[in-house]
Design a binder for this molecule. Structure first.
Ligand code: PGA
Length: 251
């Protein structure tokens, strides 16, 4: 059966020292506590190696927030999937709406990134979600379906089975405005039906679909209680241990 997962996305926050301190604090808490979900932290590239060396990977997974759409070579400033893997990170967040909106990441680019991540043994946490105008036009279903199809539906069943999805309505990210539990369940169930139609019910049932967008300890319980919401991708509330563990404890 699919896993419940709480994953942090630190975005462009924290110096190396601050990041290692937070990772170490979370690692200590998780060492002495039984939790009912997998816990992952997504950190800036430069933190990855130090964070991985500071945590027990069996208790706290580590994700990059991006990787390059090329294998290697003359791409100044880029970080490849193989480089991410070499730090000890196990996951990579791909397709975040901020990357799509601010860095021109198209479905085709994301398709390549997903393939390179998988080829290098990384688990993609693939983000999808509509903007406010699309939600207001009731287009959220077709938008997320297209995002999934365009970047993921050329994958083999075996490769698709490794993907974690994160539904993040763009209007809820960093805005304090959360999707209601009913809105999250409705679209998560729809996403699962899209996966089932392509890859079959078993693959769809085994895929973890996380919710993201102003998720915090006070609303996580209600969101995670939905049958098709398998956890959260957490931005702001992942930046300190108390808030983040409050979300983990919602399971
Ligand atoms: P937020 O960010 O929790 O700060 O809304 C979520 C995300 O962008 O992954």
């Amino acid at each position: 059966m699919r896993k419940n997962i709480v994953a942090g996305n630190w975005k462009m926050n924290k110096t190396l020292q601050e990041g290692v301190a937070l990772a170490t604090e979370l690692n200590e808490i998780l060492a002495s506590k039984k939790v009912n979900c997998d816990v992952i932290i997504g950190t800036p590239f430069i933190h990855l190696a130090s964070v991985c060396a500071s945590v027990d990977s069996a208790k706290l997974g580590v994700a990059a927030e991006n990787c390059a759409d090329h294998v290697s070579g003359a791409y100044t400033g880029e970080v490849s999937a193989a480089m991410v893997k070499s730090t000890g990170a196990q996951y990579v967040i791909l397709g975040h709406s901020e990357r799509r909106a601010y860095y021109g990441e198209t479905p085709a680019i994301l398709k390549t990134k997903v393939e390179l991540a998988l080829a290098n043994g990384l688990t993609p946490i693939f983000c999808i979600g509509e903007v406010l105008a699309e939600r207001e036009a009731n287009k959220q279903f077709e938008v997320v379906e297209a995002q999934i199809k365009e970047s993921l539906f050329d994958l083999s069943v075996e490769d698709f089975s490794k993907i974690i999805l994160a539904y993040e309505p763009v209007w809820a990210i960093g805005t304090g405005k959360t999707a209601t539990a009913a809105q999250a369940q409705e679209i998560h169930a729809y996403i699962r039906s899209v996966l089932a139609a392509k890859y079959g019910k078993k693959v769809a049932d085994n895929c973890s679909i996380l919710y993201g967008g102003s998720c915090k300890a006070s609303n996580a319980g209600e969101l995670f209680a939905n049958p098709d919401v398998d956890g959260g991708l957490i931005g702001g509330a992942a930046l300190n241990a108390k808030d983040f563990m409050g979300i983990v404890d919602a399971f």
